[in-house]
Design a protein around this ligand. Sequence first.
Ligand SMILES: Cc1cc2nc3c(=O)[nH]c(=O)nc-3n(C[C@H](O)[C@H](O)[C@H](O)COP(=O)(O)OP(=O)(O)OC[C@H]3O[C@@H](n4cnc5c(N)ncnc54)[C@H](O)[C@@H]3O)c2cc1C
Length: 281
Amino acid sequence: MLPASLEEAVEALAEAPGAVPVAGGTDLMGAVNAGLLRPVALLGLGRIAELRGWQYQDGAALLGAGLTHARMARPDFAALIPGLAEAAATVGPPQVRNVGTLGGNVVSAHPAGDTLPVLAALEATLTLIGPEGVREVPVSHLLTGIDPLREGELLAFVRVPLLHAPQVYLKATGRTGPGRATASVSVVLDPARRSVRCAVGAVAPVPLRPLEAEAWVAGCIDWDGDRTIEPAAAAAFGDYVASACVPEPPEGMDGGPGAAVLRLRRTVSVLARRALGRALK
Ligand SMILES: Cc1cc2nc3c(=O)[nH]c(=O)nc-3n(C[C@H](O)[C@H](O)[C@H](O)COP(=O)(O)OP(=O)(O)OC[C@H]3O[C@@H](n4cnc5c(N)ncnc54)[C@H](O)[C@@H]3O)c2cc1C
């Protein structure tokens, strides 16, 4: 099935219960090839033009779920939503970025999904379209399962507020070259509200927001001046974020798993400090 519009796609899903939508196929076809999934039918989303671009609406960008990572990594998109462009540029090898999509990344909801911490920090919302109409849910609600995709529903758009301020995404991987994140941090400045928003990815099943650390560091920034922060405060922010998002290793576990947790804490602390430093540069 290859519908040419969202309306046709929703109708086709209603007529073929059990059919599975496929965008770039980079996650889905892996599962099919590994024998983990046997869909009764596939619904290709690749011909739906409205899913591939973006439009502006009330100070926000409405991003089509079919935007590829390669498209989001281009300079015109980076000027609009720099954090998302940075995240998209780090996804897998070029073959994956050329076909893998924003919508597929969100619906797959892999803990190390690169766009997810950025969308969490931006407090993005998702437009879902199904047989019962259109509804809007916060990205965190879909990822945590509070409000999952319902039978026959498609993710159509991702609504992202345009903040016109620095945003940074940093990712640590277990090896050099492209790879899944072992930890990632997104930092977003919102000067209009004098706030800093941060989300940490890959350390838990869903991105985590260290809300107390965000509020604390916002109070350390000279918002009326040149938006600077003392180096010691930036380092303390890193530690604050890490202790909020990575559990303390159990006592007496200096080696083995305890050491791995400590390493992860250090990694998150460094990523958060650097991301804040780059956002305030
Ligand atoms: C070699 C390799 C390396 C990778 N590296 C990374 C990486 O570094 N970082 C990272 O984040 N990901 C990585 N991935 C995972 C993958 O490429 C991304 O998650 C990608 O964004 C998935 O998009 P897709 O369009 O290919 O999704 P698909 O495989 O087409 O779909 C994924 C899931 O989403 C559903 N779906 C897709 N679009 C919609 C929609 N509009 N509405 C409802 N459901 C939908 C499908 O039914 C399926 O369940 C990698 C994958 C591979 C194969």
